[in-house]
Design a protein. Sequence first.
Length: 293
Amino acid sequence: MIRKIKIGNKFVGAGEKAFVIAEIGINHNGCITIAKKLIDIAVSAGCDAVKFQKRTIDVVYTKEELDMPRQNHFGDTNGDLKRGLEFGYDEYKEIDEYCKEKNILWFASCWDEKSVDFIDQFNPPCYKISSASLTDDELIKYTKSKGKPILLSTGMSTQEEIDHAVKIIGNNMILYHCTSTYPTNNSEANLAVIKNYVNKYDFPIGYSGHERGLTPTVVAVAFGAVSVERHITLDRTLWGSDQAASLEPEGLFRLIRDIRQLPALIGSGEKIVFESEKPIIKKLRRVKGSVSV
């Protein structure tokens, strides 16, 4: 039996409906109006939470990286882009109030310790450790010190690296199978890992997908993922590195619909004859079986 953990006012684990996270990330393109529109879409679709990304730019990136030429909406360098995409206190205060008004949980992937402290002032229900930070022991330990559940993505990581991070975190976590390509080819989804993790660990297992379409995410839930995370966008043709691997509103609505149908489709696992089949037995079988139904 997979144990449950509590994220805010929701339980995540066996017997609960799949906990669906709409990853807004930086798809807001530095615009709070777009961020609110994406929150509205997540709420309308029936998502349980939205997630953002938070970085202290001068900590996460080197001066050389920031000074690199890169034409963008905010200026001429990579630093102009990174700073332009980063929300500050006023924007996150507005996000916090808006999510409370809309009754949806929100949290963030924090890429450095200062960002953890920044997000902590809003009392998030949990923290996310991104795949890129899975090998950052100090960041994981610092995040753990806040006493909240940790959601850990496992893209671009070996099994040894994953087990090392899990040992640091403990059981107050959800482990998300993930492949860190944007978008992910079906041949690299490797969804059977989810079944292995369900058997291997005694905490909830999830799936963070970057594929085009819906099928891998739905299959992930059928394989035992109790939480899924997908990037969302207003339009996949918008500028930004994550847009192409994101779901537009209609795709998100269809995904939630399909995931919510799975428990009924999967059933109990016990082969039975349904009452609705019994009239068909009388109509179509020439010889009845020896065991009455």
